[in-house]
Design a protein around this ligand. Structure first.
Ligand code: PEP
Ligand code: MN
Length: 346
């Protein structure tokens, strides 16, 4: 189904009409896209929004396949969707983020797929829980499926963030570490929420060595019935793809010697950092003993406030990302509290 990496899957968020689906597909096919996506059952946050055209969309996808030769894919969210999609001749299925998060639904889908080895891509659950993501994949594997991939589409977050869904890159990195054989595809559209961010997210995903990208494309994005702000025209998609740089893990004809020397330096520095952390923890223990003898609380709020403010200033002065420095010191502080807590209660 897929040619060279990165694999590209593109198509509208939703199939809306036969004309919109077929016209978008033809433009994409003319630009070399080989795998088409279109949602026909749409999980929407609030009722009353467009919830997909349903089964009739399968006929449109058949027509896409016949007239363009593209492979087709659709989202399924229950057993009936699975049966309809398979009977309708769809080439690949994907599981939406809200569905991955629900073990009952995942089991229902897995059971309905038993004996049918169609490729299935599993989006990450809406919440950043790698176990839930792996669990959904395992349910499909237990049903005998062997052509499984994962899609990173970002995670919903309570805090207001730049993107629609927080990418939390450590999640796909951890999935890859745990299941190195699984292909991972990034869906920059649902991470971005706005088309202006698609390129930077796609480039970052490629630099983390994803196997492919699933991107929403529509012949007239502004008029789309769902996710209008994040879709690209087929022409804009072609342009964006041509601007992405595809790097290799180990390019040919490149000596690893210089890189290995730099990695050696990094290992030495990491060793120094560990030794310093150990020394710092030793001082923390002494402070804990002092607080115990003095009958003091472990948390001294004023001291912690002033430390946080100081680290922020030092980070900026040293050209370090303040967020990184803060995260590190919050973790160190928590470890210090844990150790002192043990001491005062011994
Ligand atoms: C989609 O791909 O159109 C979709 C609904 O995605 P997600 O499950 O990532 O929200
Ligand atoms: Mn969408």
């Amino acid at each position: 189904m897929f040619g060279d990496r990165p694999w590209i899957i593109a198509g509208p968020c939703s199939a809306e009409t036969l004309d919109q689906t077929l016209d978008t597909a033809k433009q994409l096919a003319a630009n070399g896209i080989r795998v088409f996506r279109a949602g026909i059952w749409k999980p929407r946050t609030r009722p009353g929004n467009f919830e997909g055209v349903g089964e009739v969309g399968l006929e449109w996808l058949k027509q896409v396949k016949m007239e363009t030769g593209m492979f087709t894919s659709v989202e399924v969210a229950n057993a009936k969707h699975v049966w309809d999609a398979i009977r309708g001749g769809v080439d690949m299925l994907w599981i939406g983020a809200r569905t991955t998060a629900n073990p009952f639904t995942m089991q229902e889908i897995a059971d309905s797929l038993r004996g049918c080895n169609i490729p299935v891509l599993v989006k990450n659950p809406v919440n950043p829980d790698v176990e839930l993501w792996i669990g959904a994949i395992e349910r499909l594997e237990s049903a005998g499926l062997t052509q499984i991939g994962a899609i990173h589409r970002g995670f919903s977050s309570y805090e207001k963030i730049l993107y629609r869904n927080a990418p939390i890159w450590q999640m796909p990195i951890e999935l890859k570490r745990r299941r190195p054989e699984l292909p991972i595809i990034c869906d920059p559209s649902h991470i971005a929420g706005k088309r202006e961010y698609l390129k930077e997210i796609s480039q970052k995903a490629l630099d983390l060595n994803v196997d492919g990208l699933m991107i929403e494309a529509h012949r007239n994005p502004d008029e789309a019935w769902s996710d209008a702000k994040q879709q690209l025209t087929p022409a804009a998609l072609k342009q964006m793809l041509s601007e992405l740089v595809v790097r290799k893990v180990t390019p040919e004809n490149v000596s690893m010697e210089d890189l290995n020397e730099l990695r050696y330096q990094i290992d030495q520095i990491d060793g120094d950092l560990i030794a310093l952390l150990q020394k710092r923890m030793g001082v923390s223990v002494k402070i804990g003993e002092y607080k115990k003898a003095a009958g003091m609380t472990i948390l001294q709020q004023q001291r912690w406030d002033s430390m946080l403010a100081k680290y922020n200033k030092i980070a900026l002065e040293n050209n370090l990302e303040p967020k990184m420095v803060e995260t590190i010191f919050r973790a160190i502080h928590q470890a210090s509290i844990n150790v002192q807590n043990k001491i005062v209660n011994e």
